[in-house]
Structure formats: C-alpha cells, structure tokens
Design a protein around this ligand. Structure first.
Ligand code: NAD
Length: 476
C-alpha cells in the first residue's frame, strides 16, 4: 500500500484512516520489540542514501514549489543539512543508547542508579513549507535514532516536495516503519489529534497553539518549533563591514523565509546611516539582478507574497521610509529596508518571514536589551561586536532559543547544539543527541544490591528501625 496517497481518501474519514495507520505502527512496535543499534543505523543510512540519490529531484521539486528556489540554497540548507544530521546521528547513536550512570545517594548505597534510554513508540512530525525537506527529515532522524517509528505530515504548500518525500519514504521504508501523510489543514488537525507517543510540530506560533491543544486531549508530549522575531544587535564596537555582510547574507538566504533569519536590526544611532548604505550596497553586490537571478529565491507562494506587500504598505502608510536594493520581479522581492518604523506597524509586531528589514536605532545598549526583552522571547538572537563585555552583557540579559556571536543562522546547522525556542518561539529541542533524547524515555532504573540494609526497616518498627531513622534525620 502506498501510504503516500492514504490522505487522498479511500472511502473513510481521514481521522479513521490515520488512526488505522497509527495502530498498525504501534502493533509493529509491540511485535518487533525495540529497535536495536543495527536497525537504527540502517534506518539512518536509508535516510541519507535516499537524499543523496535524489538530490537533483529534490532541487527540482523545491524549485517548482517555490517558483524559483536557488539550487545552491537547496543543496546547502536541505540536502547537506539532512545528510549531516543523519551522519551525526549514525555516528553518535551507539553512545547515546548506552545506559547512563547516575550518582547514588549515600542512604541507598550500595544500590546503583542508571538511566536507560528507550524508544517512546510512534512519533508524529508536522512540518512547514519553508525548508520542506529538512523540516520533515531532521526531526525524523531524531525519532529513528531513538528507535521509534514515525508518521510525517509535510506542508500542503509544497506539494511536489511532499509527493517526492512520500515516494522516497515508501521506497525505502516499510509502511509500518515510516509513513508520509499528505494533506492540508483538515488532515493536519486530524493528524495532531492522534494519540502519538510524541508529537513534534514545526510552524507558526498560532497553529502551534492548536497542535498543543489537540495533543493535550491524549496527553501526548509535544515539541513545538515555532517562529517569532529574532533580533540582530549591532554593538557600538562592531566590525560594520563583517556585520552587514553577515546580516544581508542571513536575511536574503531563501529570501528571508527562514525561522532563524534576523527579523530586524538594532543599530546604534551613530551607525544608522552607515549601516543602511552598506546593507543596500552589499545586497546589490550579492544579487546584481533579482528577477532572473538563479541565486535568489522567490517568495514561495502568492499568499506569502501578498502578506509581505501588505506589511510594507502598512508601514509606508503609517509614515515609515522604505528603501529597496533593486526592483525585483515576479515573486522575487528585493531587500526592503524599513526606517522610522513604530511598534504599531505590522512589520514590528509580526514575524516578517521575508526580505523586509526594519532597522531600529538605539541610544545605548541597555535600551537595545530592553527592546528585546519588551517582546516575546525570540527563537534566535544575534549580537555583533568586538567588545567582549558588550557581548556578554547582551547574552547575559536576554533569553532566546539560541544565539550567535558575530554571525547568524549557522547555529541551526550544528548538530552538537540543541535547537529549539523558548516561550512563544517554542518548547523542547532537537538535533543530535538532544533530538535522540526528545524522542526517548530516559528510564531511571535502580539496581538493588544483594547486600543491603532494607531489612532493618521491616515492620513492626523496633529499636533498629527507629535508630536508623534517627541517623537518617541527623544527616546535615
Ligand atoms: P503553518 O503553521 O501554517 O503550517 C505548518 C504545518 O502545520 C503544515 O504542515 C500545515 O498543514 C499544518 N497545519 C495547519 N493547520 C493545522 C492544524 N490546525 N493542526 C495541525 N496541523 C496544522 O506554518 P507555515 O506557514 O507552514 O510555516 C511558517 C512558520 O514556521 C514561521 O512562523 C516560521 O518561523 C516557523 N518555522 C519554525 C522553525 C523552527 O525550527 N522553529 C522552522 C521553520 C519554520
């Protein structure tokens, strides 16, 4: 059976179809026992091999879905990142699976304590359109490394990539091992209502709330990888050329449709003009022509394009100055700098998710920190400075899902670092060992010793028990 097409309707309501699929996976999990090291490594190897073999098809599918997605961006941010997460997990999983030693409280010695990592069972993964391969497969790597089976619901806004994903998975995995379920909001809602052993959702904060509410009915634990407004703070002592190069690169990669893209920039008043002039020049140098430039990605669909245009218009009609690097064309939107923005404008209230960059001047670093702390906790924070004390001040006084010093975006590709938001930008984390742990139960086990003093506490409580209790209470 091709699970890829299960959502196309086979005469029964989608909820029942999905429940049947989940039950089959749970039954297989019970029947086959926990996946051993060899099976986990084999599954991770299959993910890597299918991505490697289908590179060109992946590039073509995402390009078609976006109506123009840079080949290099897809190779870097979807293919390389997925391969690197599978490779990292394949190399690390033997160590991650090992029981972990915990210190034993003196009162219980000589018993020993261990944590035994175990697969949870069947994981659910819901992914968005902006990196349609990576956002589906990177969580899957964590789920498989931890020995689970999984159902994946990719975005309906990238139908060709979702179809390719379904085909690749169906070719490389048994239907009760990994399944791809395609469909839109209705299928997503039915999917989120399934009693998974863990549900990882990546997407907008608003839908994240609905997913968590649906999961609550089953007490399904969730990891929510959400969005938000990630600030970049330029310190007074920053290397301006390097900072601008990094921010423009990070903002224009995938045309700003990156959850960890710098959403807006905080710049010292004294550096504002220089920053803006350099940013426009650098953008024009990186992408001399926009409309037909294969390096520059399109806004992925009409709704997103309209949303961004409306956001720019809203800022403009409320008195902001708009400066663009080039003119764009089709669904390609140039770097659009917004000056004199205020916090009533959508561009300052909502996640931008496109190449629109409010540049907000500040007087002193405390004001910049207060600006960040006045909003929701961001998914990422970037600080650019040469002064260690300034960097430490920003890092020490703000909270965010992650942070990068003197660059942006690249922490998301480092498998050794956990990835996840805090507050409105999400909860829980994955990547590497942290992904393995998210999809595992770390079962605490106490191994009692043959020689132990528990007999002293057998009722009826006599002098020995009372003496021991007295001794225990005396401990400092
Ligand atoms: P979205 O929330 O609209 O859609 C994401 C997925 O949720 C899709 O598969 C969709 O079908 C499904 N869905 C929609 N309604 C649902 C419902 N009621 N119940 C269950 N599932 C439902 O998000 P999007 O527009 O596709 O993605 C953009 C957002 O994702 C941005 O906010 C971005 O910051 C965020 N994002 C976060 C990360 C991260 O790692 N934190 C990564 C990429 C994107």
């Amino acid at each position: 059976m091709s699970i890829a097409h299960i959502a196309d309707g086979e005469g029964q309501p989608i909820g029942e179809t999905l429940s049947g699929l989940l039950r089959a996976m749970q039954a297989a999990h019970q029947r086959d026992g926990f996946a051993d090291l060899a099976l986990r490594r084999d599954r991770l190897g299959r993910i890597a091999a299918m991505v490697r073999q289908n590179q060109d098809a992946i590039v073509a599918a995402i390009d078609a879905d976006f109506g123009g997605r840079s080949r290099e961006e897809t190779l870097l941010a979807e293919v390389f990142t997925t391969l690197s997460s599978a490779r990292h997990a394949k190399g690390g999983v033997a160590k991650w699976m090992r029981p972990r030693r915990r210190a034993m409280d003196l009162a219980f010695k000589p018993a020993r304590a261990r944590l035994l990592p175990q697969p949870l069972g069947v994981a659910g993964i819901i992914s968005p359109w902006n990196y349609p391969l990576l956002m589906a497969l990177s969580p899957l790597v964590g789920a498989l490394a931890a020995g689970n089976r999984a159902m994946v619901k990719p975005s309906e806004f990238t139908p060709r990539t979702s179809e390719l994903l379904a085909e690749m998975i169906a070719e490389n995995f048994a239907a009760d091992e990994v399944a791809v379920v395609q469909g839109g909001i209705e299928v997503g809602a039915a999917f989120a209502a399934l009693p998974f052993d863990h549900l990882l959702y990546t997407g907008s904060t608003n839908v994240g709330r609905k997913v968590m509410a649906a999961a609550a009915a089953n007490l399904t634990p969730v990891t929510l990888e959400l969005g938000g407004k990630s600030p970049a703070i330029i310190g007074a002592d920053a290397n301006m050329d390097a900072a601008v190069a990094s921010i423009v690169r990070g903002k224009l990669f995938n045309a700003g449709q990156t959850c960890v893209a710098p959403d807006y920039v905080l710049v010292p008043h004294s550096h504002l003009d220089a920053f803006v002039a350099k940013a426009l020049a650098v953008a024009a140098k990186y992408y001399p022509d926009l409309a037909d430039n294969p390096d520059y990605s399109s806004i992925a669909n009409q709704a997103q394009f309209d949303r961004l245009q409306a956001m720019i218009r809203d800022a403009e009609t409320q008195g902001a100055r708009i400066l663009t690097a080039g003119t764009g064309g089709g669904h390609k939107l140039p770097l659009t700098i917004v000056l004199d923005s205020t916090d009533v404008m959508a561009v300052r209230r909502e996640e931008i998710f496109g190449p629109v960059l409010p540049v907000v001047p500040y007087n002193d670093l405390d004001a910049a920190i207060a600006h960040v702390n006045g909003g929701d906790r961001p998914l990422a924070l970037y600080v650019y400075d040469r002064d260690r004390a300034n960097i430490d001040r920003v890092l020490g006084a703000t909270i965010s899902g992650g942070a990068v010093v003197n660059d942006c975006l690249i922490h998301a590709g480092v498998e050794a670092l956990p990835f996840g938001g805090v507050g409105a930008s999400g909860m829980g984390q994955y990547h590497g060992q942290d992904g393995f742990e998210t999809f595992s139960k770390l079962k605490p086990v106490l191994y009692q010793s043959r020689l132990n003093g528990m007999w002293i506490l057998n009722p009826p409580y006599g002098a020995k028990a009372k003496g021991l209790i007295k001794l225990l209470l005396k401990r400092p």
